[in-house]
Write a new protein. Sequence first.
Length: 258
Amino acid sequence: MRLDKFLAVSFIETRKKSRDYIKEGKVKVNGEVITEPAIEIKENTDIIEYLDKVVAYREKVYYMFHKPAGCITARKDADNITVFDFFHEDNINGIFHVGRLDKDTEGLLLFTNDGDFDHQLMCPERHVEKKYFFWALGSLDEEDRKRLENGISIGEGEALTKPAKIEVIKYGKYEELEKETDIGKFYNIESKHYNQPIVCGYLTISEGRKHQVKRMLKSVGCYVVYLKRISIGELTLDETLEKGHYRMLTEEEVQKLI
């Protein structure tokens, strides 16, 4: 294994930071200072030290996290709670988030220390599907659905989105659906707007552009008020996992993704 990869997996936050520390002479292999990040080491037998402290090799780990709304997908932030604030200190070293979710979006977010795993899921050429549940102000007719399914413009100078899948679950006026749904938990609407249309459903995409789901629905006249990612590829969010909690993926779940 490369020395920089060993440090990234076992201790340091990123591969780039690992390379910096190695070049700065802060890392030893079997007692010798090494400044070449690409050197191959034997992770199970060589003694690796960072600032004269032994770094233990950490096996690959994979976490499922049920992200709540209100926290940002970042390691640190001066003004906001981050997704890493929900992790125990013993589990945080070397891991990073796979993709990201907006601050107000809930649902499935994965964490790992496996760069290859991250690449397989996030690489645009692989077209891994991500499924979202949404509530939106507005309506979706047959023409709107076809536009979403076939590819739609969401920004000047951008290519059309890749074909998506749309499934409408409920639609009608807010005043009609307020009592039979939980939309009131996510959006407080003024009484004078009770007669405006709302719609909920699932949108499945295979890209990861910024605010993509919200922008796609906005392009057909829908304003998203609640968004939750429920699956990535063949992996579905474990609904027994409370918001703000995480667990290790099972071997079967990992295999579903790779």
